[in-house]
Each structure stands twice: as structure tokens, then as C-alpha cells.
Write a protein that binds this ligand. Structure first.
Ligand SMILES: NC(=O)c1ccc[n+]([C@@H]2O[C@H](COP(=O)([O-])OP(=O)(O)OC[C@H]3O[C@@H](n4cnc5c(N)ncnc54)[C@H](OP(=O)(O)O)[C@@H]3O)[C@@H](O)[C@H]2O)c1
Length: 288
């Protein structure tokens, strides 16, 4: 058995991450000198200083893009999906409790805590009735955003009724009045020309409208359809794909990228892997 590490780990890092997220909108602080610190340097963003344990250092690299966002930067959009080995995010009935293990669920809650807003599709609200709050770690709840082009998310869903955090329902302006009647005008972000003739939402307009409201660090939490559309429309900076050692069979599909005819056309972004308990998380860098 390995001796316990004397190097600082996640218990030290997490409060520093929350502090760094809170400092996103202010000028860089001068580098601190203490070992085991988190410092922001002009040009390179937040960095770990000192000798951290490996698990904390690996996790920090996953959160760094969210921490580094500063006023004046374009929005930062990160997606996450927990998939089975056979590429499903839920069973065919929509049950997804749970695909990945508890380490990955803690990671999800950390992503929520570090983001201005968490986005999900109407299918996830209908199937899961999620809260989308930060409960497994310390940290603020993000604004909750539901993409609901057909107004099928039930008004009694927890995100609309629990008052734990603000919730916005996004739809085309043509449905704005109906959405306001159901959910209250203050909860509706109705955007003109959002829905194309093909029924596809112009997601760049959603990202832009949230950015205008000061919601610039965006975490797209699913489901498979929503993540795939963000990916296909070229809007994800990062995609965290957590692959769990489970086989579901004919379930709800996970990420579906644009189809490649030839292997040379297939998306093969730079990536790193991080072990999360029994799961393997692939951190895909879709920007560089
Ligand atoms: N394992 C995981 O990581 C994870 C995470 C989240 C959810 N889930 C599971 O995933 C399942 C739901 O996923 P899903 O893929 O079926 O649905 P989803 O992605 O949650 O929602 C898809 C719906 O959102 C709307 N939408 C989102 N983006 C759109 C766009 N660009 N253009 C048009 N419409 C858009 C459409 O609504 P309309 O159809 O109403 O037009 C679309 O059908 C549930 O079973 C849930 O439990 C798993």
C-alpha cells in the first residue's frame, strides 16, 4: 500500500477553485508564494503552485478552462455526458440513475458550481425532473437553462418550482407568449428567429443571449441530443465524455457527432483521460 501523500489534494484545491471562479471577472492577482497555492499569471491563467497530489492536479486541469474565463473573452462552453460502453446515456425508458459512479457525479456538481449556467434539453427535464443544483460539493448553484422549443417541459418540474436557483426556459419568440403564460414572463428567454425551418435551434443565438445577460461560462449537461447539437454546430470548447463500464443495449443514444465518410474526416480532437472511480473520463479539447 502507498503511504498517505503529504502533498495537498482536492480538499485544499476545491475552496481555491471556488475562490478563483469568484475572481473570474476581476484583474489577475499577483502570484502567491505559498506552496500548494492556486495563482493566476497574465497569459497563462490559473496555475497550481507547489507539489500537489496527482489526483488534484488532474482534476484541476479539467476545471481550468472554466476558471480562466475573464470579462472580454468569448463565452466558454463545456459539455459533459456519462455514457455506457455501448454509447447510451439512459435506458430506452429514459432511466439514467445512474450510468456513471459517484466520483463522476461529484465532478458534475463541481462543473455546476464553477459555471454561470447549466443547460439541458427538454428531454432531460421530462425524463429526469432534475434539480441541477450544487449539492455534492460546496459552491453556488448555477442559473438553470432549459432548451424547450416545443414547450413540452412540464411547468410543475422541479427546476420551475423549487426556487433553489433562477431558471430560464429558451424558445423561439413565436412561442414566447404561450411560454410566458405557462412559466411566467421573467422565466422565458424567447429569441426571434431561433428555430429554423428544419426545427433546429440556432444555438449560437442562445449562447449569445446568455452572454449578454452575464452568463458566459456555460455547462451543457445533456442529454445526448442537446450535446450532439452543440457539437455539430461547433459551439463546444470542451467535451467531457465519461465512459462507464456498463452495457445498456438499445438505450437513449449518447454523443452523435457529424457523420464521417472517411476516417480522415472523423473528429479526433486532442484529449486527455482521467480515471474517476470505475469510469474513464475523456476530456476532448474541441478548440485547439
Ligand atoms: N448520462 C448522462 O450524462 C445524461 C445527462 C443528461 C440526461 N440524460 C438522459 O438523457 C435522456 C434525455 O436525453 P435526450 O437526448 O433524449 O434529450 P435532451 O437532449 O435532454 O433534449 C432534447 C430535446 O431538447 C430540445 N433541443 C435541444 N437542443 C435543440 C436544438 N439544437 N434544436 C432543436 N431542439 C433542441 C428538443 O426538444 P423537442 O423534442 O421538444 O423539440 C430535443 O428533442 C434522459 O433519459 C436523461 O435521463 C443522461
Amino acid at each position: 500500500m502507498n503511504p498517505p501523500s503529504s502533498r495537498p489534494g482536492m480538499a485544499t484545491l476545491w475552496p481555491l477553485c471556488l475562490d478563483a471562479a469568484g475572481l473570474r471577472r476581476v484583474k489577475p492577482r499577483p502570484a502567491a508564494s505559498a506552496a500548494g497555492a492556486l495563482v493566476r499569471q497574465p497569459g497563462t491563467g490559473w496555475q497550481l503552485q507547489g507539489d500537489w497530489d496527482l489526483a488534484a492536479a488532474e482534476l484541476f486541469a479539467l476545471y481550468k478552462p472554466l476558471l480562466d474565463w475573464q470579462a472580454g473573452d468569448p463565452p466558454c462552453v463545456l459539455g459533459h455526458l456519462g455514457q455506457s460502453l455501448d454509447g447510451c446515456v439512459a435506458t430506452h425508458t429514459g432511466d439514467s440513475c445512474f450510468v456513471t459512479g459517484s466520483d463522476n457525479l461529484v465532478h458534475l456538481h463541481r462543473l455546476r458550481a464553477l459555471s454561470d449556467a447549466v443547460l439541458v434539453g427538454a428531454g432531460t427535464v421530462a425524463a429526469d425532473n432534475p434539480r441541477l443544483t450544487t449539492r455534492r460539493v460546496a459552491g453556488p448553484h448555477p442559473v438553470r437553462v432549459v432548451l424547450d422549443p416545443s414547450l413540452r417541459a412540464p411547468p410543475e418540474a422541479r427546476v420551475f418550482t423549487d426556487d433553489a436557483a433562477p431558471t430560464l426556459l429558451v424558445c423561439d419568440a413565436r412561442l414566447g407568449a404561450e411560454a410566458a403564460a405557462r412559466h411566467g414572463a421573467g422565466r422565458v428567454l424567447a429569441l426571434p428567429g431561433l428555430m429554423g425551418e428544419d426545427g433546429e435551434l440556432a444555438l449560437a443565438a442562445v449562447v449569445g443571449a446568455l452572454h449578454e445577460r452575464g452568463l458566459s461560462v456555460l455547462f451543457v449537461e445533456g442529454g445526448g441530443v442537446t450535446i450532439s447539437r452543440f457539437l455539430t454546430q461547433g459551439l463546444l470548447d470542451r467535451l467531457h465524455l465519461a465512459v462507464a463500464p456498463v452495457l445498456i443495449g438499445s438505450g437513449r443514444p449518447g454523443v452523435q457527432p457529424p457523420t464521417a465518410t472517411w476516417m480522415k474526416q472523423a473528429l479526433r480532437p486532442p484529449c486527455r483521460i482521467v480515471r474517476m472511480g470505475p469510469d474513464v473520463l475523456w476530456d476532448l479539447n474541441l478548440r485547439d
